[in-house]
Design a protein around this ligand. Sequence first.
Ligand code: ADP
Ligand code: MG
Ligand code: MG
Length: 483
Amino acid sequence: MDSQKPMFDVENFDDELVQKLVFDALVWSSLHGLVVGDKTYQKSGKVPGVGMMHAPIALLPTPFPEIYWKQACDVAPIFNELVDRVSLDGKFIQDSLSRTKKVDIFTSRLLDIHSKMLESNKKEDIRLGLHRSDYMLDEETKSLLQIEMNTISSSFSGLGRLVSELHQSLLRSYGDHLGLDPERVPRNASTYQFADAMAKAWLEYNNPRAVVMVVVQAKERNMYDQHWQSSVLREKYPLLILFLRFPWKTLAEVENEGRVHEDGTLIVGGQAVAVVYFRSGYTPTDYPSESEWNARLLIEQSSAVKCPSIAYHLTGTKKIQQELAKPGVLERFLDNKEDIAKLRKGFAGLWSLDDPEIVKKAIEKPELFVMKPQREGGGNNIYGDDVRENLLRLQREGEEENAAYILMQRIFPKVSNMFLVREGVYRKDQAISELGVYGAYLRNKERVIVNEQSGYLMRTKVSSSDEGGVAAGFAVLDSIYLN
Ligand code: ADP
Ligand code: MG
Ligand code: MG
């Protein structure tokens, strides 16, 4: 099929059809748990079942060329392997971030925990990675370029699957009107595949009485995404996990109730912990006091399987992404030349601010760059004229602070008219999309137990928003329609 031809000619949709589709989408979402906390409800981030709202969604899946979809799936296991290899090279991580450490207190605290583990020669035999590598399809060069690799708290593995099912269901119900094949929305088993990897990690830990602990933020409007993840694990492994419970703990609670037994067992609230799944701990506000840092260190010192370990977490920083994109660096971690070529094909331009040529270019044409600090969770990057201003400021104020940032080539995906639905209301907007492909990885010493592509998540945002963010109110959850 001609990928240039608009798949859904949204201009020709009549209002009545759109309203019916929206109505059905809202009912489906409510009945199937495609929901988030409603921000107008004070308790909606704390008490489940109170103040729920359908998740922000694209009404229809976004057309996506099959060859790029295959490309993104194909590299998922290679990225998993790369993260694992890099995580074992403590010196590479420390050296790459040594200058960042001086100017970025958050990264510095993470590095301190990492150094302590290196000093005590702590080894992680069982390593669990639940990753999401994000891409945009650059319209001009027609290349699929990586935005970033998430190694901590990769979100929407719970809700992403449901969006694909919603879209399949709408395409089935409205087959006559839309003429689209629901089978072209790829099956999305993200929740099941992540659950499977967690269950296998729990088995490897080999203490039938130990629990899977989810580390959460005190308030979380995206809690249903996390509940889906726990709930699927529980339902899929009812016999295996007779004892398996899912305490949800904040880092502050872990500090209060936690200790590490002499043999390395992490005990929280009297229960041994086999697997720690972080859905918190990735941003400075997750550490309001020393308690949270103590908790993170305590967890790291224990024998529990951490998803992620401090080394996996740091491997997901933008600085490491930029270091890995330098010539010859991938070769230090991977042997297979074909694999290396596949990864490199998806690398956008990435530079440190030490490169005066690039800084000059970025000051001249800031719209072609994104400036990124070492942060996660959206809303932290610098765009447009702010790139110029910040680079000029750094030049005036001395260059130490340069090391807090990287520069990245700005990617320009195709802009299309799409129906975005939030808070019960739909709008037709000029929008762009970002494809996330999940990857699950589990190994115990030399034995690789899981290494697979594990579902996907499309996020679509209005094109006028630089950053988007589903929680921030610009982006919506979406799926893909292969063409
Ligand atoms: P975070 O870890 O906070 O999610 P990202 O690197 O993913 O940081 O950036 C956040 C968002 O900013 C992305 O989802 C994307 O919308 C936008 N973005 C990031 N890098 C680029 C880029 N190189 N070109 C265009 N948009 C980008
Ligand atoms: Mg991220
Ligand atoms: Mg991101």
